[in-house]
Design a protein around this ligand. Structure first.
Ligand code: BES
Ligand code: ZN
Length: 432
């Protein structure tokens, strides 16, 4: 039976099949791209799955680029599947426990068409050659591989399991071991209210303007999901999820940058914070909560945030592809000029490809961007050629390294240049 298409402008409630009434508690509110919501609604019809199971898909009328949809489990399962198939990505929406929260998210300035970041606090000048050039030679491929290997061995790093928590403990110890000789570096865990895994942070105190913070981060959690084509997609906390590329690679690169910076005698003018976010795969929950708890309403001013998420699989011809949505053009250009300065020839050569887009809130940089922070997100490949094994048992180090095992190294170099050039070296004043 083919249904008539509802008239979009009148469509405030779109309830598919109503053999049994949905339980009120089986409701959640998501925020998603307007086009994704409209396409999903169309596909739900086309698939003719609408009589097989009840699916609620209730679009809240609005005018911006994002929409709020009241949805139930069945509806959400289909939305995820359609998003995955049609847009070739997995999430594409942010879940909220009530309508007011969802609508507030939908209306955030960062999602309005005329949104622009305020002028950057950093001067886009590359002038730290004396520090960066020798530091680049210290980046160690075997250490990066060892951290990836260790993180893979946790069965999974699901954000709400003991495994996920054990991964935080391991990283805390690793980062402490890298920084124990420095009194200007503190390493700590930031616990979260609703799940087991902690966020891990290392902070190098700036010597001149400590409230100005340069952030570099990656996500510590991993996840395993199964797709049921046309029906549902479920993620479990029990199944193995090595998450080597997504995102042990990013954590290993951030760790190596911390090690090299901490073992050098570089003393930054601004503060540098290295962050291993918990619970990214659960809808950026860790980074959002961290920002609310640790930064909002304080004098800490984040002047830039780099995200390293999936830096291990060289699926494309060029080495690095910059994500152009929910990122800062100025900061991206600045990082490109660092590459032009430091990575134009062997042994540190890095080739930059055409910019790409995620098209949705795909990683933790978005949590910063929503707060008006200048962000940059260098990625492993072209969007279509990135690692297809993520969120499966196949996201292993062996698979990630199968094309070119040096890939994470390039991102560690890039991140090292970024933290040094953004934070700048402190020049001690000569005694009078
Ligand atoms: N690393 C991925 C994001 C990604 C995947 C970027 C492929 C570019 C290409 C990230 O860990 C992830 O899985 N994100 C989720 C969304 C998140 C908000 C739950 C996703 O893409 O489904
Ligand atoms: Zn992921």
């Amino acid at each position: 039976m083919k249904r008539l298409r509802p008239i979009p402008s009148l469509l405030t409630l779109f309830t598919l099949s109503s053999a049994t009434a949905a339980l009120p508690q089986d409701r959640t509110w998501i925020v998603t791209d307007r086009q994704v919501a409209l396409d999903t609604r169309d596909k739900l019809e086309e698939l003719d799955l609408i009589d097989s199971e009840e699916a609620v898909f209730n679009l809240v009328p609005s005018t911006g680029p994002l929409v709020t949809v009241e949805i139930n489990r069945a509806g959400l399962g289909r939305l995820k599947t359609i998003v995955h198939r049609e847009y070739n990505h997995c999430g594409g929406f942010s879940p909220h426990s009530n309508r007011a929260e969802a609508r507030a998210q939908e209306r955030r300035p960062a999602y309005q068409p005329n949104f622009t970041l305020s002028s950057p606090k950093f001067a886009a000048v590359v002038d730290q050659q004396a520090v960066v050039v020798p530091a680049l030679d210290e980046i160690d491929a075997t250490r990066i591989a060892a951290v990836v290997c260790k993180l893979e061995s946790f069965h999974n790093r699901h954000y709400d399991t003991d495994n996920g928590q054990a991964a935080s403990d391991y990283l805390l110890q690793l980062w402490e071991s890298y920084t124990s000789s420095r009194s200007d570096i503190t390493v700590r865990k930031v616990p979260h209210d609703d799940w087991k895994q902690d966020t891990v942070m290392a902070r190098i105190e700036g010597r001149e303007t400590p409230s100005e913070v340069v952030v570099i981060g990656a996500h510590l959690d991993s996840i395993y999901c199964v797709e049921y084509p046309g029906l549902d997609r479920t993620c479990t906390r029990d199944h193995p999820a090595p998450g080597a590329d997504d995102d042990a690679s990013g954590i290993a690169a951030v760790s190596e940058i911390l090690r090299v910076v901490a073992s050098s005698d570089f003393k930054p003018r601004r503060t540098i914070e290295f962050i291993a976010y918990a619970a990214e795969e659960e809808g950026l929950k860790g980074s959002r909560e961290l920002i609310q708890k640790e930064y909002s309403g304080t004098d800490r001013q984040v002047i830039g945030a780099m995200q390293l998420d999936m830096v291990g699989f060289k699926g494309s011809e060029k080495d690095v592809y910059f994500v152009s949505d929910a990122t800062s053009q100025q900061l991206t250009d600045f990082v490109k000029s660092m590459i032009a300065t430091y990575n134009s020839s062997a042994p540190h050569r890095i080739e930059v490809g055409e910019d790409i887009t995620c098209g949705y809130a795909c990683s933790d940089h978005v949590s910063w961007y929503e707060e008006g922070v200048h962000t940059v997100f260098p990625f492993e490949a072209n969007r279509e050629q990135s690692n297809k094994k993520i969120h499966s048992e196949g996201d292993t180090g062996d698979h990630m390294r199968s094309i070119d095992s040096d890939h994470p190294l390039r991102f560690a170099k890039l991140g090292l240049e970024y933290v040094i050039e953004m934070a700048k070296g402190h020049t001690p004043q000569p005694p009078e």
